[in-house]
Write a protein that binds this ligand. Sequence first.
Ligand code: SF4
Length: 224
Amino acid sequence: MGSEPELSVSELFLSLQGESTYAGLPCVFIRLGGCNLRCRYCDARYTYEEAATARSLAYLLDFAGRYPEAIVEITGGEPLLQPGVIPLMAELIRGGRTVLLETNGSLDIAPVPAGVVTIMDVKCPQGAGADSTRRENLTRLRPQDELKFVLASRADYEWSCRFLAEHRLLAPLADRRPRTILFSPVTSHLPAARLAAWLIADRLPVRLQLQLHKVIWPESERGV
Ligand code: SF4
């Protein structure tokens, strides 16, 4: 028998989900260390600038098991950098948990177990610093998955609109994979009201997404 996989963990905590259609629900966060990108507006630099802690699969399953009422979010950093995340998600799904995976979209999502809700970022080149989306992932998204654009400017908005059109992501809702498209403003650079006005003027069938944890706990950078 091989040794049990260990994962490099930045934070473990119980809070409320903040950045998807699951926002507001009690959520166990398993935040993994390390990231392959360096986005301009990253709010989790500590996941790759500070040392993480090695935790076994059993430890993480036990931690999630203490909060059976909560959904479980695997986030980072970039969780898919660590192969051990796949058996972790598979075990959580086998245990009947609702599992969300937040990924930056630059790595292959094919190994993500069925049943996981993948919330995949599309990094806008101007705001994030580079266009890093792995295009094959767009064909692998399932109806339950969510695609999130993080916008810091009008240029990001126009780029995102072009991206949606080029990849035919605005099909009628029933045909859409994924069904949910989120536009999330970096509010320090793009006020939500300005983005809302653009969405209404352009009649885009996307969902404006605010980072709920930043509304509730504006002073907290970790553990929320
Ligand atoms: S992908 Fe996420 S964690 Fe990585 S640099 Fe970008 S914002 Fe930060």
